[in-house]
Design a protein around this ligand. Structure first.
Ligand code: AMP
Length: 143
């Protein structure tokens, strides 16, 4: 059984979400590679980020190969575009058999498409609405 800190994780997108996630995971001593098409995005990584960065478009197969997708235990698609995220997630799951694939999903109604691909989703829209609701009404039970 693999130890957690042997895990190899690819994060696609190094914006507000991906950079924070990459910095957090890097602190857990996992191997992290983060891909972004904009060089300036990597400035968001924490000073102690110990992973690798690749400046390229993640839609390109060559980019994913450079990131060694065939060796990845986890791929997280965190770009700001649902179509990009699902495309990368689909490639990771169906072509390279990445065991765990998680995607950022802006449009919650598209969740079923990801489920059919065995791709887990995190929807900031849904999570935010729950957080707002909890601030407003606390843990009050619904009728
Ligand atoms: P944010 O919404 O702040 O989390 O930023 C999303 C990040 O995804 C930005 O830094 C974009 O440059 C990046 N991004 C969007 N599309 C791609 C792509 N096809 N390949 C790599 N990075 C991307």
């Amino acid at each position: 059984m693999k130890k957690n800190n042997d895990e190899y994780i690819i994060i696609v997108g190094c914006g507000r979400l991906g950079s924070h996630l990459a910095s957090l995971l890097s602190k857990t001593r996992r191997s992290v590679v983060v891909i972004d098409k904009e060089q300036h995005a990597f400035h968001r990584l924490s000073d102690d980020f110990s992973g690798f960065t690749i400046e390229a478009d993640a839609i390109e197969i060559d980019t994913l190969l450079e990131a060694k997708i065939n060796k990845a235990d986890v791929l997280v698609a965190t770009t700001n575009d649902d179509n990009t995220n699902i495309m990368v997630a689909q490639i990771a799951k169906t072509i390279y058999g990445v065991p765990k694939v998680v995607a950022r999903l802006f449009e919650p109604s598209r969740k079923i498409v990801y489920e059919e691909l065995d791709v887990e989703t995190i929807s900031p829209t849904v999570l935010s609405s729950i957080a707002f609701k909890n601030i407003i009404v606390g843990s009050e039970m619904e009728d």
